[in-house]
Design a protein around this ligand. Structure first.
Ligand code: NI
Length: 330
């Protein structure tokens, strides 16, 4: 016979290869590559009697005659071929490259996040932040959802820009609270904030006029700047205006995240919208008498309210109670 017949099984299919008698193992490998597209270096040939055949281990390497590699009929019948065709390899390589790119991207992202977290963790908190701050936050308990007002007050307290100006000017304010909208709204005026006794208590109008929504955070923060200015200047004079504008600038500049400020969430919608020169309050407030818009006079700390305000409070209280009842019945 001039040829050797080899039965080579690949993926469950056995194919017959007729190769010249003088052929070498290398010839067979090239032949297999031509038929199956499996590159020589990726071919694994396993013979039933000698196991995995490695050309490097043969007497003459790839030049070893096939007759020597497969000496018996039995050894030529069921040679098993394993390997991956070149096209498949390329696809796999491409997938691997994509995977590696994705992986590298993910690693870079994680590293950035870690770096940021580390930076935040290692940036020492200035102890003055606890000293020059609002020491108590008080939402009005008789208005609906006081916890939401508390969240706004807390956000103001923890606002990095606010923290920075409190520290810079060494302001320590015992109470930051919600301004009672009912007793501070008349036909003539709406008070947006109040500063009692140069920084003893700062009140801010947090809610929209229907009491169901909350004002824009940045507007409230602006009013806070105005009220903080009253820690220094009682009258709305030139000195007041200069410091107030400075604070409004600094509260944004000192906040490292200020320019990408988050919205407060679903409850915030367009509030009354305060212009920079608009009426905020009646100036620094001393003692017990507060004049609202010059028309109504209320002595709030003495506990006397006019009838309209009192009934408004009662209405709000009832609304809050019925809301609570509704919730507990659900
Ligand atoms: Ni004022």
């Amino acid at each position: 016979m001039d040829a050797i017949t080899l039965g080579i099984s690949f993926r469950g299919v056995t194919q017959s290869f007729d190769v010249p008698k003088e052929a070498t193992f290398g010839t067979l490998q090239s032949l297999i590559e031509g038929v199956t597209q499996i590159p020589v270096e990726y071919q694994k040939l396993i013979s039933p009697d000698r196991g995995l055949i490695k050309s490097g281990k043969l007497a003459n390497g790839a030049e070893t005659p096939l007759e020597e590699v497969f000496p018996t009929e039995a050894s030529r019948k069921k040679i098993m071929l394993m390997g991956t065709p070149i096209q498949k390899l390329q696809e796999l390589q491409e997938t691997e490259v994509l995977k590696a790119q994705e992986h590298a991207k993910l690693i870079r992202h994680n590293q950035n996040m870690k770096r940021k977290a580390k930076k935040a963790a290692t940036t020492p908190v200035n102890p003055d932040v606890y000293k020059y701050t609002f020491h108590r936050l008080e939402p009005l308990p008789f208005l609906p959802y006081p916890e939401k007002s508390l969240a706004v007050l807390r956000r103001l307290k923890e606002d990095r820009g606010v923290q920075a100006i409190m520290v810079k000017y060494k302001w320590s304010v015992p109470v930051l609270t919600e301004l009672d909208p009912a007793s501070n709204t008349t036909h003539q005026s709406r008070l947006l904030g109040r500063n009692q006794n140069k920084g003893q208590v700062i009140e801010l109008r947090l809610r929209t006029d229907d009491y169901d929504g909350w004002c824009h955070y940045k507007d409230v923060r602006k009013v806070l700047c105005h009220e903080l200015t009253h820690n220094v200047h009682s009258e709305h004079d030139q000195n007041f205006i200069e410091l107030c504008h400075k604070l409004e600038r600094e509260v944004v500049e000192f906040d490292p995240f200020g320019k990408s400020g988050k919205q407060l969430g679903e409850d915030v919608y367009n509030g009354p919208g305060y212009g920079p020169e608009e009426f905020c309050d009646e100036g620094g407030w001393f003692g017990t008498t507060q004049v609202l818009g010059g028309a109504d006079v209320t002595s709030s700390s003495a506990g006397t309210f006019n009838v309209a305000e009192e009934s408004m409070r009662a209405k709000l209280r009832r609304a809050a109670e019925s809301r609570r009842k509704d919730n507990s019945e659900e």
